[in-house]
Ligand binder design. Sequence first.
Ligand code: PMV
Length: 362
Amino acid sequence: MKDHYPNPGFLSFEEGKVNGKVHWKSPSNIALVKYWGKYGMQFPKNASLSMTLSKANTQTSIEYYSTQKKPTREFYFSGEENDAFASRVWKFIDSVEPVFPFIKHLNLKIETSNSFPHSAGIASSASAMSALALCLVDMEKNILGTLDNDYEFEKKASYIARLGSGSACRSIYGGYGLWGQAKSVHLDSDNKFAIPYNEGIHPFFHYLKDAILIVDDSQKEVSSSMGHSLMDDHPYSDDRVAQADHNLLELAQALKAGDQNVFIKIVENEALSLHALMMTSDPWFLLLKPNTLAILNKIRQFREKTGKFVAFTLDAGPNVHLLYSQNDEVEIQAFINNELRPLCFNQQIIFDETGGGPQKII
Ligand code: PMV
């Protein structure tokens, strides 16, 4: 980590001389080509591509105050103390101290909250870790006067977010994000950080709707770190990397050509392949619920009947993301409300869409 981002090794601040507040809102993202399997310091086994969301986001602020005493730390989630989240956050902050050496001289107060209910079963680590990374990088900018160019700022934020949760590095950019080395798709692609992937995208794909159909709102049965580690000795591990590389290239071309059929084919293949990998690992995991399967079948029937552009994708859980075009909003929302909503837990749906990326609040 130090090799990539060296900073002054020794810093000392007078009591209260350095103080301020940073505050960011950062979105979640949904992978179209999935990251599944990692090595070393959170490097992906294959490159992934995602769409950044808008409504599902995390807001995080950090207040800091330099001290020569033992620094104090406070953490609040939705205005309340939360030991489980606090220990994850402080562990992460300690781990990035080699990159941000000023951290150990500061009293820190972190406040964070999600726009969506924590129990909705949608992954919050991408929005949470990207918001935290943006705050840390912004503190560096304020304190050391570095990173005044947006490209360097975002690249470092993405690098730091990756260390917190791999998929979080893609949330730093609006539109589409590409993470992992895939030179045939983009020469600047890198395993250490994500890059925006928005140049030359066909207007049809500039903006998509994403209805997140909540089939089950319980906590994930398999943590993503467990899931990634199951890929280490997975019998299909090498083939998965080859499949992801192939899918990524085809999807990248479809996004540029505006090819809706190829988009649907790849995105649904990636979703089902992710779950197939979980079902065929040792131990196996089966996260799809009966209503997930019912929803997937209804989506396919609707597409066959109407010829409309609808594509599903899945995270490592039972909830379904339904992607569609704004042009078909009325008809597809009627389909969702009549046929899919009754299959959702407590009829819960989050209507999200392509987002423009993180926002600095303070
Ligand atoms: O970032 P992690 O370690 O929570 O892994 C995310 C894995 C998937 O959500 C299943 C796929 C992805 O690329 O986001």
